[in-house]
Design a protein around this ligand. Structure first.
Ligand code: 48F
Length: 265
């Protein structure tokens, strides 16, 4: 077989031009999702399937958030009956384990959830961290401010770029970083939480944590819907550990709320 000649300069050109084309197609979004864990990916998939222009920004080079490692690095995730449909519809095989519990392979779960979101039309950008939000004259959030995750890690002083979005979903997990950024940068901001500020998550109580997460999925600040573990961290609810049903259900709820809000504008 003859060796195909590869033009290195052409490879460079294809990567840069294709990135620019794809990225520039999404600088005015319906929804910017921050964080590619189970909640963010689910919200993005459902919104994209509903015809919305949506992108996910993930600081790490990989998607999946806390799902890969299952519980304590045992790569299996437990999902309750109520969330089974959301996971099965992307093709994840779930083993019934009795008492309403189902078990999935965490690698399969991440891969299939992410693939389904991309297939639905969501763009997922990895290695991009949201370091700030963009606000309008009424301090309502109108987009996200981005920098490379590598720039963030190296603590380089590099100015960011911004992407407009009609709504932002904070799916950043335990740190609820978007909300913390808002309260740091807008000291007078009042969030829709019990104290008006980020309360911080409480120790583990899976029943309470999973029981309240969908109700805590809401627009907590004008232009920002919170989803996934960030809901509990914002509201001062407990953590749940390695049970994931609530993350998928919260992602679904965030997508519903975002769609309702966008259709009412
Ligand atoms: O932590 P993560 O998986 O959040 P989640 O979707 O699910 C939580 C569960 O994994 C688990 C749990 C369930 O029992 O408690 O922890 O709520 O995913 C959050 C993602 O957001 C990214 C982070 O790297 C992770 O992949 N992230 C956090 N802050 C930023 C960010 C940021 N400022 N910019 C971009 N990505």
């Amino acid at each position: 077989m003859s060796v195909r000649e590869i033009d290195e300069a052409q490879v460079t050109s294809l990567i840069v031009s294709r990135f620019a084309e794809d990225f520039l197609a999404g600088t005015c979004l319906d929804v910017a999702v921050v964080g590619a864990g189970p909640a963010g990916i689910t919200a993005a998939r459902l919104l994209a399937a509903d015809g919305h222009e949506v992108a996910v920004f993930e600081r790490n080079l990989h998607v999946g958030g806390g799902m890969w490692g299952g519980g304590m690095l045992f790569p299996r995730v437990v999902i309750q009956e109520e969330a089974v449909a959301l996971v099965q519809e992307v093709g994840v095989s779930l083993k019934p384990a009795g008492d309403g519990y189902y078990v999935a392979d965490s690698v399969e779960c991440v891969a299939k959830c992410a693939a389904a979101a991309v297939d639905a039309g969501a763009r997922i950008w990895v290695g991009m961290a949201v370091e700030d939000v963009m606000i309008d004259e009424q301090d309502c959030v109108r987009g996200v401010v981005l920098n490379w995750g590598a720039v963030e890690r190296a603590q380089l002083h590099v100015d960011p770029l911004a992407v407009k979005a009609r709504l932002v979903i904070d799916a950043t997990g335990h740190e609820c970083e978007v909300l913390r950024t808002i309260e740091r940068k807008i000291p007078e901001a009042r969030l829709d939480t019990p104290t008006g500020r980020v309360v911080g998550e409480r120790p583990m109580n899976a029943t309470q944590a999973e029981g309240h997460i969908v109700a805590l999925t809401k627009e907590v600040y004008p232009g920002v819907i919170v989803a996934g573990m960030a809901c509990n961290a914002a509201a001062g609810a407990p953590r749940m550990g390695a049970i994931f049903g609530g993350m998928f259900l919260s992602g679904e709820r965030a997508a519903q709320l975002a769609a309702e809000k966008l259709s009412g504008e």
